[in-house]
Write a protein that binds this ligand. Structure first.
Ligand SMILES: *[C@@H]1O[C@H](CO)[C@@H](O)[C@H](O)[C@H]1NC(C)=O
Ligand SMILES: *[C@@H]1O[C@H](CO)[C@@H](O)[C@H](O)[C@H]1NC(C)=O
Ligand SMILES: *[C@@H]1O[C@H](CO)[C@@H](O)[C@H](O)[C@H]1NC(C)=O
Ligand SMILES: *[C@@H]1O[C@H](CO)[C@@H](O)[C@H](O)[C@H]1NC(C)=O
Ligand SMILES: *[C@@H]1O[C@H](CO)[C@@H](O)[C@H](O)[C@H]1NC(C)=O
Ligand SMILES: *[C@@H]1O[C@H](CO)[C@@H](O)[C@H](O)[C@H]1NC(C)=O
Ligand SMILES: *[C@@H]1O[C@H](CO)[C@@H](O)[C@H](O)[C@H]1NC(C)=O
Ligand SMILES: *[C@@H]1O[C@H](CO)[C@@H](O)[C@H](O)[C@H]1NC(C)=O
Ligand SMILES: *[C@@H]1O[C@H](CO)[C@@H](O)[C@H](O)[C@H]1NC(C)=O
Length: 328
């Protein structure tokens, strides 16, 4: 599965070129954020690490993207890795810079991704190599905390394609979560327990995801998966914007419209298989608290074809769906 945002690869940035335990030189004293002012990320008050507690205000990556996938198979069905019925799956919670560019693999001392992608911190040959992680999978980090319900939930809704789910969680944590100021280790104070911030990040990504029922929002407008009927980008994007409060990015994979029979001769080179949605927000205080404010996606706000009825929103392969069992 393509986790890279290839279109943005050219704007990749790297905050640092070395591994470090502390991103912003925070002290290891308690960071009791309830005692700090609640500051909106990407506002003028948020930018200065000398005047805010970077553990309590998201200081650099203040544009959050809560991202989801729509897929029709996992590739590991035989091992029981299945898709949930009638639900988009969780991709991640990314901390973009306020201007929409981003950095990645910010703390190589917390590298838990077995297959780093890209393989250097800036995606270029002159970046620092990101070593492949070979330790126990990141899902095992939840065990000492007794969070077996969390692990079960993640195995139901946070689904990888072509490799185990836990590889994907490790990728999301190390590529993206290490770049937040608010999930940095010193933020957890003198009583920090190893991997506490990993659990906290997973819970936060899930908190954002659960407020964004993409499947139901589309179904309300009678946009449901079909292998017969095609849909139009504006119909999908406008319905999600109406429910969310701002326009999300809609991502497509598959053939470009002008390489399909219907699009022959067209100048519309957008892709035709609906596969992703990214909901953008700013946050008041820590992302962990979930006080987010929807904002429009940066442009371009889609990779999909714009032509009428150009898009497929495919039905899941029957053998790839988990038999329905209770509510999420
Ligand atoms: C952290 O401290 C180091 C060494 O004093 C300094 O070089 C670096 O610029 C500081 N980083 C930040 C983000 O303040
Ligand atoms: C920090 O928090 C711990 C645990 O809650 C507490 O025992 C300790 O006294 C606090 N330290 C300070 C300097 O407030
Ligand atoms: C975007 O913001 C980051 C972080 O402040 C900065 O390093 C980068 O140069 C900016 N990029 C552009 C294209 O303005
Ligand atoms: C790394 O390579 C890119 C593209 O070749 C170049 O723009 C950039 O300046 C290089 N960075 C460093 C630190 O050498
Ligand atoms: C990263 O991948 C590229 C392309 O596959 C390869 O040429 C390069 O040697 C790799 N770099 C590192 C540091 O592994
Ligand atoms: C499809 O459209 C894009 C630009 O919109 C163009 O670059 C590409 O050559 C077109 N491809 C075909 C097969 O017409
Ligand atoms: C998003 O963009 C639309 C159309 O350009 C605009 O009307 C709306 O105010 C924007 N919403 C937000 C939350 O910025
Ligand atoms: C999304 O992008 C389209 C085309 O690039 C643009 O017309 C539209 O205004 C954008 N929507 C928002 C809310 O920014
Ligand atoms: C619908 O089509 C997609 C793409 O070809 C395929 O993967 C999926 O299995 C199909 N679903 C059903 C229910 O036939």
């Amino acid at each position: 599965m393509a986790f890279n945002r290839a279109a943005m690869a050219a704007s990749l940035l790297s905050l640092t070129s070395f591994a470090h335990a502390s991103l912003y030189n925070e002290s290891k004293v308690n960071h009791t954020c309830v005692l700090e002012p609640s500051i909106l990320s990407c506002s003028s008050g948020a930018a200065n690490p000398l005047t805010v507690d970077t553990c309590c205000t998201e200081t650099y990556g203040g544009l959050l993207l809560s991202t989801q996938f729509w897929s029709t198979y996992t590739g590991l069905e035989e091992q029981g890795q299945l898709l949930p019925a009638k639900t988009w799956t969780l991709h991640g919670l990314w901390p973009d810079f306020c201007n929409g560019s981003y950095t990645q693999y910010c703390d190589l001392s917390r590298q838990y991704d077995p297959t780093p992608s890209p393989n250097t911190t800036n995606g270029l040959p002159n970046g620092t190599a990101v070593p492949a992680y070979k330790g126990p999978n990141i899902g095992t980090f939840l065990e000492p905390f007794g969070k077996m319900d969390l692990l079960a939930w993640m195995n139901t809704y946070w689904i990888n394609q072509g490799a185990p789910n836990s590889d994907f969680w490790g990728h999301e944590f190390s590529k993206h979560a290490t770049c937040y100021s608010t999930f940095d280790v010193p933020c957890y104070g003198p009583e920090y327990k190893q991997h506490e911030e990993v659990v906290d990040f997973f819970e936060t990504a899930i908190k954002f995801y659960r407020r964004l029922p993409t499947y139901d929002w589309l179904a309300e407008a009678e946009i449901t998966p079909s292998n017969k009927t095609q849909y139009t980008l504006t119909g999908i994007q406008n319905q999600l914007a109406k429910k969310y409060g701002a326009t999300p990015y809609v991502g497509c994979s598959g053939p470009r419209y002008n390489t399909t029979e219907a699009g022959k001769g067209s100048t519309d080179g957008g892709r035709t298989v609906v596969s992703e949605v990214w909901y953008y927000s700013h946050v008041v205080g820590r992302p962990q608290d979930g006080n987010s404010i929807p904002v429009n996606a940066t442009t371009p706000n889609s990779s999909c074809a714009k032509a009428k009825d150009a898009l497929w929103y495919y039905e899941v392969t029957p053998g790839s769906v988990r038999p329905s069992s209770g509510s999420k």
